[in-house]
Write a protein that binds this ligand. Structure first.
Ligand SMILES: Cc1cc2nc3c(=O)[nH]c(=O)nc-3n(C[C@H](O)[C@H](O)[C@H](O)COP(=O)(O)OP(=O)(O)OC[C@H]3O[C@@H](n4cnc5c(N)ncnc54)[C@H](O)[C@@H]3O)c2cc1C
Length: 410
């Protein structure tokens, strides 16, 4: 089946794709949003929302949507180094430079799409997996997809790839990625209750050489756990019916956490993530614009990726929104504006990815200076070392509010 979608086809209803769809649709641009999943109830990779992302949502008119979904501000974080508890930072401490919130991403995405659906020029098509692009000579003019086993093509003036870190559309574009800033780690990621003897409102950071672990509360009432392990160990960690990782991770957390996780054992539904972090230098080939993780997959450090994807959406709306509202769009002008998206966004993405890489080295005590700071200075200074740790990990103003000035003007 061939569907003439009109103006914009957005592929992927993650934070980047759904927010962009809402802004464009609310201003009158015809938008079709394609998503491979049926709904948003799946597991997500991290749900920290920083001030930079919250401001983007508010500018898009999504402040009320954010207020209506489950969120949580952890009341602090307890830091352990090499198994020894050092201090707890409390939210609101004078040293607490962070201003972030955990948000239930499934609820937020569902709310964004629900708001977009109020506009007659918006179409959401779930259960639709995009397979590739359709070209007319050198220009992308649509995508091919499958919907419940049926092959469908969608054509439009502009295709936006917001299909995440394994983007099929990025591969189809032929655009080249920069060097990988992901460091030498992959990650195990799961939700489970906290041990009964710890404060459930607080997060826990277990810092040690080559493999930091953490847990923090989540709006749905459980804790989010993560453990970074050296790349190349996935196969070994999946042995023993898939839970060899449990013993390995338990050697990186204090005894009460280890006992608790072992007791849950097989009941833990753990996901293995390859940590990748890189970006495209150009985000556009004629007719196809790539944004969010599809253009710049982000690592977990500092909870930045959702925020960066939302800020991409703001810039795309500013540069392309007014052009897409015009009756018969001038494709040459659209091309120039779409190319300018990367020019505006790459400086922030490159800086944040470099900070994430540096943060990963500190969290995993990889460098001599990180080992000195964590193993010698922190135990001496205790809580007074918190700002030093925050700066080392990169949780500075840049992680909180972003690097460049991003404001919705469309
Ligand atoms: C372990 C880990 C933890 C993280 N923690 C955080 C955090 O706490 N805070 C934070 O801000 N960032 C975090 N990140 C990064 C964050 O997950 C991403 O940067 C962010 O989700 C990117 O948003 P996006 O909209 O670009 O893509 P995604 O959120 O990946 O959304 C892409 C969408 O496209 C859909 N899709 C994919 N392929 C197709 C297809 N072929 N056809 C149709 N639809 C398709 C997917 O189903 C999905 O809905 C973390 C990353 C990792 C690896």
């Amino acid at each position: 089946m061939d569907i003439e979608s009109g103006r914009v086809i957005i592929c992927g209803a993650g934070p980047g794709g759904s927010a962009l769809a809402l802004v464009l649709a609310s201003r009158g641009v015809p938008v079709t949003l394609l998503e491979r999943h049926d709904d948003f109830t799946r597991e997500f990779r991290g749900e920290w929302l920083n001030l930079s992302g919250r401001r983007a949502l508010e500018q898009m008119g999504l402040g009320a949507a954010l207020a209506s979904v489950p969120t949580l501000a952890p009341s602090g974080a307890t830091v352990f180094v090499n198994g020894r508890e050092l201090f707890t930072m409390h939210a609101g401490d004078p040293d607490d430079e962070q201003d972030h919130l955990l948000v239930s991403q499934p609820a937020l995405l569902a709310e964004i799409v629900r708001e977009a659906a109020a506009y007659p020029n918006f179409t959401f098509v779930p259960q639709t997996t995009v397979r590739g692009v359709i070209r007319d000579r050198d220009r992308v003019v649509g995508v091919s997809a499958t919907h419940r086993g049926e092959r469908i093509t969608y054509s439009g003036d502009l295709v936006v790839a917001a299909d995440g870190r394994s983007s099929v559309l990025r591969r189809a574009s032929g655009l080249q990625i920069s060097a990988d800033h992901g460091g030498g780690y992959d990650m195990i990621w799961f939700k489970a209750p906290p041990p009964a003897d710890v404060d459930p409102r607080v997060g826990y950071q277990f810092l040690q050489r080559n493999g930091t672990a953490f847990t923090h509360p989540h709006p749905d009432g459980v804790h989010q756990y993560g453990w970074a392990f050296a790349k190349g160990r996935s196969a070994e960690l999946r042995r023993d019916g898939g839970i060899a990782w449990l013993d390995a991770m338990c050697s990186h957390v204090p005894g009460n956490f280890a006992d608790h996780l072992r007791a849950i054992g097989n009941g833990i539904d753990a996901a293995f993530f390859k940590i990748v972090s890189h970006h495209l230098a150009d985000w556009y080939v004629p007719g196809l614009l790539i944004i969010g993780d599809a253009a710049h997959p982000m690592s977990a450090v500092g909870g930045q990726g959702i925020n960066m994807a939302l800020r991409d959406a703001v810039v795309v709306a500013n540069l392309l929104g007014p052009l897409l509202l015009k009756g018969e769009p001038n494709l040459a002008i659209i091309d120039a504006a779409a190319r300018a998206v990367a020019t505006e966004r790459v400086p922030e993405i490159a800086r944040i990815q470099a900070l994430q890489e540096r943060g990963s080295k500190v969290l995993n005590l990889e460098t001599k200076s990180a080992q000195f700071m964590m193993e010698r200075v922190l135990p001496l200074l205790g809580k007074r070392a918190a700002p030093l740790l925050a700066r080392g990990v990169g949780t500075t103003r840049e992680f909180t509010v972003g690097v460049t000035d991003v404001k919705l003007a469309f």
